[in-house]
Ligand binder design. Structure first.
Ligand code: UDX
Ligand code: ADP
Length: 435
């Protein structure tokens, strides 16, 4: 029986391995992690991540050919194929801080593989890593190899959170890269058995992405998530290191514009509400970085809340999948610390007194002067906005950062509405210009 071990039981490793186990019952899949709470959660009824369809897949395979364990070394030693999907955060100190990818976790995983392996291995990099990482990993492994043969393959994840299971069932494309040697080609072939993939050229793969088109051109309060900013910053760093300052600057602007979009949204809220939100109750509907996930990494909601708190607003937050503890932790954390080990993060952050977290959109908006929609949860489309309006202070403001609501319908109810990229209310036109 082919054995697969995946190092890192996170947003990538967990769903990917669960689907491999489902589709390949003849393969034994072990997902390992150094975090015991995370593994305990994978083995419980309350999985550590929210992803539509994931519960069902895990329920079917767990204990059959899918196992979650903290016994990292044993499973690595026993595996034929090792996937590595550990975190690759942005460096928060030292050379390249704030831009370069921190490959500490990747490197320590590679060294551990070299230490415990007793048989040949195919090592697959699944984490988003900078170009040339495979070569670096190959150096670590072969220098410590003790006569063991390692084939390093790249099989970058293209799954998006919130649709991970769907993306894994019906991928637009699967990319597997390896050395052009006979051994490398053999390893690529072995992984294809495991995943049912076709080897394809990068350009072909990019062209296959159905998101290149209107599906992915929805205006929003800003993009978030664990990947986009981190990968762009890393690209900036790589360009700078390779003497391409113009290209580096181009990519830097993407981050700048995204930051501008978030601060522009806050400015819009404040300027519309007579230039101050001090002591006003503002409801925030949605905190996750997009719908159908409880993930808050780099969510634009953090910046918007910071902006509103800076102007002394009272904020009441509702998100169907994010806990109060998580929100308070996110608001207390410094930039770039989120993807580093838990011990660097405040365990019991000083709670922001002006922030309350509730489990209901009606409760969040009760008595509020305005509300902001920051995540496009489907349930926000069908709220009883008349009821919400009746319970709010007047004039009642709506700032829709995801174009979820129908502005005309809400205006009919009596709201003053701002929707990203849509014509302004007469009221908002008269307000001071937003920077
Ligand atoms: C991303 C990539 O899409 C995926 O291929 C890669 O493997 C991991 O990183 P993810 O971070 O899960 O996936 O989310 P994605 O759907 O790409 O959205 C990123 C951010 O952009 C979100 O905050 C989302 O709300 C925003 N977005 C996306 C928009 O504002 N408008 C859009 O049209 C699409
Ligand atoms: P992603 O979104 O890329 O999946 P996550 O942060 O959700 O990233 O998951 C990465 C996981 O990898 C974390 O649960 C972390 O504990 C785990 N991890 C990091 N380094 C190691 C290691 N050396 N051995 C095992 N697990 C590791």
């Amino acid at each position: 029986m082919v054995k697969i071990c995946c190092i890192g039981a996170g947003y990538v490793g967990g769903p990917t391995m669960a689907v491999i186990a489902l589709k390949c019952p003849a393969i034994e899949v072990a997902v390992v992690d150094i975090s015991k709470p995370r593994i305990d959660a994978w083995n419980s009824d309350q999985l550590p991540i929210y992803e539509p369809g994931l519960d069902e897949v895990v329920k079917e395979c767990r204990g059959r050919n899918l196992f979650f364990s903290t016994d990292v070394e044993r499973h690595v030693a026993e595996a034929d194929i090792i996937f590595v999907s550990v975190n690759t955060p942005t460096k928060n100190r030292g050379l390249g801080a704030g831009k370069a990818a921190d490959l500490t976790y990747w490197e320590s995983a590679a060294r551990m593989i070299a230490d415990v392996s007793k048989s040949d291995k195919i090592v697959v990099e699944k984490s988003t890593v900078p170009v040339k990482t495979a070569e670096a990993i190959e150096k670590i492994l072969t220098h410590k190899s003790k006569g063991i043969n390692y084939q390093i393959l790249s099989n970058p994840e293209f799954l998006a959170e919130g649709t991970a299971i769907e993306d894994l069932f019906k991928p637009d494309r699967v990319l597997i890269g390896g050395r052009e040697t006979p051994e490398g080609k053999k390893a690529v072939q072995a992984l294809k058995e495991a995943t049912g993939a076709n080897v394809s050229e990068v350009a072909y793969a990019v062209g296959k992405d159905s998101r290149i088109g209107p599906k992915f051109l929805n205006a929003s309060v800003g993009f978030g998530g664990s990947c986009f900013q981190k990968d762009i910053l890393n690209l900036v760093y790589i360009c700078e290191c390779n003497g391409l300052p113009e290209v580096a600057n181009y990519w830097k602007q993407v981050i700048k514009i995204n930051d501008y979009q978030k601060s522009r949204f806050v400015n819009r809220v404040v300027s519309s509400m007579f230039n101050t939100v001090s002591s006003k109750k503002i409801a925030v509907l949605g905190f996750a970085f997009k719908k159908d996930t409880g993930d808050t990494r780099e969510t634009p909601a953090i910046d918007v809340c910071h902006g509103l708190l800076g102007d002394k607003a009272q904020i009441s937050i509702y998100d169907p999948q994010v806990t109060e503890d998580q929100i308070q932790r996110d608001l207390a954390m410094s930039k770039f610390d989120w993807d580093h080990p838990m011990h660097l993060q405040p365990t019991s952050p000083t709670a922001f007194k002006q922030v309350s977290v509730v489990w209901d959109a009606y409760e969040a908006t009760k008595g509020a002067h305005g509300f902001c929609i920051l995540t496009e949860w489907d349930e926000f489309k069908t709220l009883d906005y008349q009821k919400i309006f009746d319970n709010m202070q007047k004039p009642a403001f709506v700032f829709d950062g995801r174009n979820v609501v129908d502005p005309d319908k809400l205006r009919e109810i009596g709201f003053i509405v701002y929707s990203i990229g849509k014509p302004l209310d007469a009221w908002l036109k008269d307000m001071p210009a937003v920077a």
